[in-house]
Design a protein around this ligand. Structure first.
Ligand code: DQA
Length: 149
């Protein structure tokens, strides 16, 4: 059974109340429940992790190397634009990773256009709201199946 690790970065625990005109009304708990269900239907298991702390996210990515994780779905949130440490952690573990953003980061403030983490991910899905997480899950399941061959 494929194990997919979902990582959400800072302030995403506030989804539902945080700038709903940008990020929507769905809470993180609801997003995770929907993804867990979709993963189970696809014969995979979803583990989720949210932190507001850069080092905790780095530690969780490193732990994925030895806990049976097959692929990582990550919304690094604000750390997308600043974190060399999260980028290096993703590069170090070499697990297939897909970056997700609820909003289209390229159509917002200039500082959001640059992602430090995207170059070490297999791809980025941005601008599709909650659906983006489901698209990322599908992409990861395809990638991890292909990596087996
Ligand atoms: C975000 C976009 C980031 O720029 C922002 O800092 C977030 C959320 C998104 O999902 O659209 O916290 O990653």
């Amino acid at each position: 059974m494929k194990k997919i690790l979902l990582i959400n970065g800072p302030n995403l625990q506030l989804l539902g109340v945080r700038e709903p005109e940008i990020y929507g009304h769905t809470t993180l708990k609801e997003i995770v429940a929907g993804l867990r269900c979709a993963a189970e239907n696809a014969g995979a298991v979803l583990e989720d992790f949210q932190s507001n702390h850069e080092g905790a996210i780095v530690d969780r990515i490193a732990a994925a190397l030895t806990d049976g994780t097959d692929g990582i779905m990550i919304n690094p949130a604000a750390y997308t634009h600043t974190s060399v440490a999260i980028r290096d952690a993703l590069a170090a573990v070499k697990l297939p990773a897909v970056e997700v953003h609820l909003s289209n980061i390229t159509s917002r403030e200039d500082f959001r256009s640059r992602s430090l983490t995207a170059p070490v991910c297999r791809g980025v899905i941005a601008g599709f709201g909650v659906q983006g997480y489901h698209l990322a899950l599908t992409a990861l399941l395809v990638l991890t199946a292909a990596d087996e061959n």
